[in-house]
Every structure is written in structure tokens, then in C-alpha cells.
Write a protein that binds this ligand. Structure first.
Ligand SMILES: O=C(O)CCC(=O)C(=O)O
Length: 265
């Protein structure tokens, strides 16, 4: 018999179902934050063609590209072990495993830099894959957004609370600058992680501080059958990260999933 993959508390379930996200406080140590910030600055100072392979920036080739886009660097887990540690973070994985019902696949990593010049990120959402059945939540596309800096009120992540349920089409005139109760802004401290379903309408307000906002967005899918690791560079990642990037097979539980469930068991 398979072990129980639902490691959320009742309060976390209520909160996620109601809001469309959960906040995990202080999930990474200060020394990891410092290392990530240093590498983030280093990579963001590079042009696309100069990034160490297989790092890339799909921001630079994005259809909505603008010189002031909040730029992101992808495949960072191949660039340093500290990002692999975040991908496998036990607290984040507890939530990801629970919400994907035990079948997560890491599909993207992105280290994003916003400055006061960066464009607003207007409300958008991806997919409608969110359900609740017999007390168990399922979110087929999750984004774990870990902030590497303090994000004060009135800037950074915003969302249309509860919009992941999608029972009705949201009006299209709601702005990221509207306030509660419809639109909420989520201030966080360096090391906090907001895990949200991509079915939730979300965006980001203009950055206001005199230091850049740096955030790592690690995206996970449930029962994902496509994609996979960058095979040519598999020697740069651990077996656990490699396995997490492999498509899910619902008949076989990933070893990394078994290990994390065991640690909470
Ligand atoms: O910057 C943010 O917090 C939101 C980012 C975002 O909208 C996304 O990753 O899809």
C-alpha cells in the first residue's frame, strides 16, 4: 500500500483552498540566500549568449519581450548546487507533493530580477487544474516563489484571491493596483516562499526599493508527461533533482517523493 501523500495540515488546506496560495516562512538559511543573490547578480549582468550552459533566459526571447521586462534566468539548478537544494527543499516539497497527490515534476526554474524600471506584471493565470475531492486538494501546476530579499507592502506579488476556483470568469477590468478585499498584495521577508497554483490570477506591482527584487520561481506540475531534464548536462545535477525533472509515472512513485514522505512520516 502506498504511504499517505497528503502532508498538509487542515488549516493549510483551508487556507490554500480559500486563497489559492500558502506562505512558508524562512524556508532557506541566510548563507544560501547570500550565495543565490551573488550568483543572481553575476548572471543578470551577462548577455544571453554569455550565460554558462545550459542556463538561458526565456525572458530574452519571450514574445512579450521589452528592454524593461523583469528578466529571469532559467535552468539555474544546473548552475550551482545551492539552487538544487532549494528545488528539493523539504518544507516546499511537503506542500508540492501533497498538492500534486504524490506525482510532482519540476518543469522550470527561474531567477527573476525586478528593479524600479521593470514593467508591471499584469494579472494572468495558467490552466484551470485545481480540484478538491474528499478533503484532498489537487493543483496540477504550482509555482514556488522564494524571495531572496525583503518585499515591503504595496510592491511585489499580488493576486485575485480565490480566483483559482474559476467557477466564473473574472471581470477583465481589475487592476493589480486595486486593493482588498478583491486584490491582495503579499509582503514577504527574505527566505519566505509563496506557493501558489498557476490557476490563480496573479501578477506583480512595480518595484519600489533601492535594491533589486530577486525571486526564484520553481514550477512543478502534477502527472506531467512531457519535457524532462537537460540530458547533455545531467552530470551537473544530483540524481534526486534529475529524477524530479523526469516526467511522472502514476504507477511508480519517485524515490525522492518516497524519501520526503518518509522524513515526515
Ligand atoms: O513577480 C511576481 O511575484 C509574479 C511573477 C509572475 O507573475 C509569474 O511568475 O508568473
Amino acid at each position: 500500500m502506498r504511504p499517505n501523500v497528503d502532508m498538509l495540515t487542515l488549516e493549510e488546506k483551508w487556507y490554500f483552498d480559500h486563497h489559492g496560495f500558502l506562505i512558508l516562512r524562512e524556508v532557506i538559511p541566510q548563507q544560501d540566500i547570500e550565495k543565490m543573490v551573488k550568483l543572481g547578480h553575476q548572471w543578470h549582468a551577462m548577455k544571453l549568449e554569455d550565460l554558462p550552459q545550459p542556463l538561458t533566459s526565456t525572458a530574452d526571447t519571450h514574445p512579450d519581450y521589452s528592454p524593461t521586462i523583469a528578466r529571469w534566468i532559467n535552468n539555474i539548478q544546473y548552475g550551482d548546487q545551492v539552487f538544487q537544494k532549494l528545488v528539493l527543499n523539504k518544507e516546499i516539497m511537503r506542500v508540492v507533493i501533497s498538492l500534486t497527490k504524490g506525482n510532482p515534476t519540476l518543469v522550470d526554474t527561474a531567477l527573476t530580477r525586478n528593479t524600479v524600471e521593470s514593467d508591471d506584471i499584469h494579472f494572468h493565470a495558467s490552466g484551470t487544474d485545481y480540484t478538491v475531492c474528499e478533503g484532498q486538494l489537487y493543483a496540477g501546476f504550482l509555482n514556488a516563489a522564494t524571495s531572496l530579499v525583503d518585499v515591503p507592502n504595496e510592491t511585489g506579488f499580488v493576486c485575485l484571491i480565490g480566483s483559482h476556483k474559476r467557477n466564473f470568469q473574472a471581470p477583465d477590468n481589475i487592476s493589480i493596483y486595486q486593493g482588498p478585499p478583491t486584490v491582495i498584495n503579499v509582503p514577504v521577508s527574505a527566505g519566505d516562499c509563496i506557493i501558489f497554483t498557476e490557476a490563480l490570477y496573479h501578477g506583480a506591482r512595480r518595484w519600489t526599493e533601492n535594491y533589486p527584487r530577486i525571486t526564484i520561481f520553481n514550477r512543478y506540475m502534477g502527472n506531467h508527461s512531457g519535457g524532462g531534464p537537460v540530458e547533455q548536462y545531467k552530470h551537473l545535477i544530483s540524481d534526486q533533482v534529475y529524477e524530479l525533472e523526469k516526467p511522472s509515472d502514476t504507477a511508480i512513485q519517485k524515490k525522492i517523493v518516497q524519501r520526503i514522505i518518509g522524513e515526515f512520516g
